[in-house]
Design a protein around this ligand. Structure first.
Ligand SMILES: [Zn+2]
Length: 158
């Protein structure tokens, strides 16, 4: 899903937790691990006046798969639990897990073509029913449904 949706849903679901801010940050972080190097790559291409081609995304694919893996999440959870305790580990684990759950069903296409949940040990992935970016282009009203659902959940369970 998109950046704003990750942040919004993390707020809706975690706002009453003592680790809410950490959960929101770590619900965004998996995409930053991948997007920042990708932006750097695109800027380098612009400076050299080399046309950007989609194959260059392959260079950031490994970062994407690592940051969207339950294996990486488990390592981050255990390390944060060991060094910072249960509160920090809960925020980090919950935020990161929510990000992965949101992406699993919405990443049918793109350079990653599905979230590899057990990367680097396995490349198996659940076939996602939709590609969020494509759906927002074809059916922009889907974003309004997304916002509406977030509002309903917030007011029903907040
Ligand atoms: Zn993501």
């Amino acid at each position: 899903m998109d950046f704003l949706s990750h942040l919004l849903w993390a707020y809706v679901l975690f706002h009453s937790q003592p680790w809410a801010e950490l959960g929101m940050v770590f619900c965004l972080l998996p995409d930053l691990f991948w997007a920042i190097p990708l932006i750097g790559l695109r800027i380098r291409h612009l400076r050299k006046k080399i046309p950007y081609v989609e194959e260059n995304d392959i260079q950031t694919r490994a970062l994407y798969r690592a940051s969207h893996s339950l294996v990486t999440l488990a390592v981050a959870f255990l390390v944060s639990y060991f060094f910072f305790g249960v509160n920090a580990a809960s925020g980090i684990g919950a935020g990161w897990l929510l990000h992965i759950i949101m992406d699993v069903g919405t990443h049918k296409g793109g350079i990653v073509n599905g979230i590899r949940l057990f990367h680097p040990f396995s490349q198996w992935h659940i076939p996602a029913p939709i590609w969020w970016r494509e759906q927002m282009r074809k059916r922009p009203w889907i974003y309004a449904v997304n916002l509406g659902l977030a509002a309903i959940v917030y007011y029903a369970f907040g």
